[in-house]
Design a binder for this molecule. Structure first.
Ligand code: TSX
Ligand code: MN
Length: 548
């Protein structure tokens, strides 16, 4: 890769075994418009996925593979998603003509001999065929055949399109398998919250993009002096099953972090900043004159001689030096926050599920759902406001149920039904919470400091689980009483706190109109239980409006 320019060597003194890869400039992000779920019945893909019939998809895309690998090296990449010895792990084999993909798969999965040894003579694996072909977006397709557990990807070398173990297998194909087999494949980080006695409580959280999922998973606790610490198990995907003791247990199917670089620094994510100084592939970041990686929002100011992600000399005031979706690919084991249990084969018992979004006005800092069914409603009605990222307008509210809109491999209504069916299988289902780190005051200022201070919210959840913390009932769920949050050492006024925790019934009644529209798209696949939840909420809200 160094010889043919696929890799540029980074400073081997400060960044040993680290490399920079520059992708084709038309191939820098996932392409949802070119991503298809190919089922015999269109209805099985549902209204939120692009659909093609399997035979039609294969006839259309097979010619794009013809001769596509000519003159290139073909890599056969056997890999395990999940810890090597876990009964809940699954095997894939990716065929690819990209050395960058093969090298990335070695970081992101358990790859090579360990996978072949586990596979033995079994044919129980998910095949994935990948070629860069000519990288023309007109001839780019990411195809999933969940009925035969098969993936075809052509025309892109970008992570989410090309590292087939990740979004394609561990979310889209796995979500289908999970429904067939009675488990869950979710777009969730997994963390452990250690309390002063040393007990660790595990939580899984789903957030849409640009909400800081990786930062939360690797958070440095602001309450460390009081004995509260956060341990990382995963930052993107959770596979969860009902264990024989009736708990919901989660494994992280991945072995690495494929994280967004811009905005990452010693304050937003000190643990990952430490981790990425060795054995790391950087993609589409800028490079300094001393051959160190650089991006917007890193701790250091840009230095003379900076070269942007295209390979051109960068000048102040021009466009970004690093692509906004530039990435690091790093072994999870390198994070100082990695849990000593992160590869436990049985998985870790989940006590809380957390949904969240970026809502400038609507949602309080945190609320607790009433029960499993209401919690599923909270997840199903999640939404987030867009940021200044590469795509679309700023501040537009997008519905993203369970943060799975781009990743659910089947009909979203049926997916909600599967969630509802999982609750009753659990002895004590996890409590389901919703958080919003992004509420603003009338002047547009963030009300909550976020980052390491978020541990105070996790602690409140733990205290709720243990029956120690007080809450106020509201139409949307239970919010903390001001005194139930541990706020010592933080200067936050009583007014600000009240604003953070307020629930405005009129705003929520407005929100329900948007939820109505989204639910209507799901038609007859929308479970009746969610309509019930919607009606019950509407009635609680109208009661509250009359009262207020
Ligand atoms: O990741 C974030 N988290 C979770 C951290 C564990 N971000 C970054 C989001 C983009 C990926 C946040 N941004 C968080 C947050 O909790 N909160 C905010 C909003 C915010 C930004 C800057 C400040 C405060 C809040 N600055 C000061 O208060 C000085
Ligand atoms: Mn993700």
């Amino acid at each position: 890769m160094l010889k043919d320019g696929t890799y540029l060597e980074l400073n081997q003194k400060s960044y040993p075994r680290c490399y920079l890869h520059r992708s084709n400039s038309n191939d820098v992000a996932r392409t949802e418009g070119l991503t298809f779920i190919c089922t015999h019945k269109k209805e099985d893909a549902g209204p939120t996925n692009n659909w093609m019939a399997p035979a039609e998809a294969k006839d259309k895309v097979r010619p794009l593979f013809d001769g596509a690998m000519k003159g290139r090296t073909m890599y056969v990449v056997p890999y395990i998603m999940g810890p090597a010895s876990s009964p809940y792990s699954k095997i894939g084999v990716e065929i690819t003509d990209s050395a960058y993909v093969a090298a990335s798969m070695r970081i992101m999965s358990r790859m090579g001999k360990v996978a072949l040894d586990r596979l033995g003579s079994s044919n129980d694996f998910v095949p994935g065929l990948h070629s860069l072909a000519d990288l023309n977006p007109e001839r780019r397709f990411i195809l999933h055949f969940p009925e035969e557990k098969l993936i075809w990807s052509v025309g892109s070398g970008y992570g989410g399109n090309a590292l087939l173990g990740k979004k394609c297998f561990a979310l889209r194909i796995a979500s289908w398998m999970a429904r067939e087999q009675g488990w869950m494949a979710e777009h969730m980080l997994i963390l452990g919250l250690e309390d002063p006695s040393g007990k660790v409580t595990y939580m899984a959280a789903a957030f849409p993009s640009a909400c800081g999922k990786t930062n939360l998973a690797m958070m440095v606790s602001a309450l460390e002096s009081q004995g509260y610490r956060v341990w990382t198990i995963g930052d993107d995907i959770a596979w969860m099953h009902v264990a024989s003791d009736g708990t919901l247990r989660a494994i992280n199917p991945e072995a690495g972090f494929f994280g967004v670089a811009p905005g990452t620094n010693g304050k937003t994510n000190p643990n990952v900043m430490d981790a990425i100084h060795r054995n790391t592939i950087f993609t589409n970041v800028a490079i300094t004159e001393s051959r160190e990686p650089w991006w917007e929002g890193i701790d250091s100011a840009p230095t003379p001689g900076l070269v942007d992600w295209h390979g051109n000399k960068w000048a102040e005031g021009k466009s970004a030096a690093a692509h906004p979706n530039s990435r690091y690919t790093v072994p999870a084991s390198q994070s100082p926050s990695i849990s000593s249990h992160w590869e436990d084969p049985e998985g870790l018992p989940i006590s809380a599920l957390i949904f969240g979004g970026r809502r400038a006005r609507l949602a309080p800092l945190v609320y607790e759902s009433h029960n499993w069914q209401h919690g599923v409603f909270v997840g199903a009605t999640m939404a987030s406001e867009t940021t200044a990222a590469a795509t679309g307008a700023v501040g537009v509210t997008r519905r993203d149920p369970m943060a799975m809109l781009p990743f659910c491999g089947y009909n979203m209504g049926d997916y909600f039904g599967h969630w509802l069916a999982m609750g009753p299988k659990l002895k004590t289902p996890p409590k389901i919470f919703h958080v919003n780190w992004f509420r603003r005051d009338a002047d547009g200022k963030f009300l909550w400091p976020g980052y390491g201070e978020n541990v105070r919210v996790l602690k409140w959840m733990l205290d709720r689980i243990e029956g120690r913390a007080a809450a106020t009932e509201t139409p949307i769920g239970n919010v903390p009483t001001p005194s139930s949050l541990t706020l010592d050492g933080l200067s936050i006024s009583r007014d600000t706190l009240n604003e953070l925790l307020a629930v405005n019934p009129n705003d929520w009644a407005e929100e329900e109109k948007a939820v109505d529209q989204f639910f209507a798209r799901l038609g007859s696949h929308l479970p009746a239980a969610l309509c019930q939840e919607q009606k019950a909420l509407a009635s609680r809200l109208s009661g509250a409006s009359v009262a207020s």
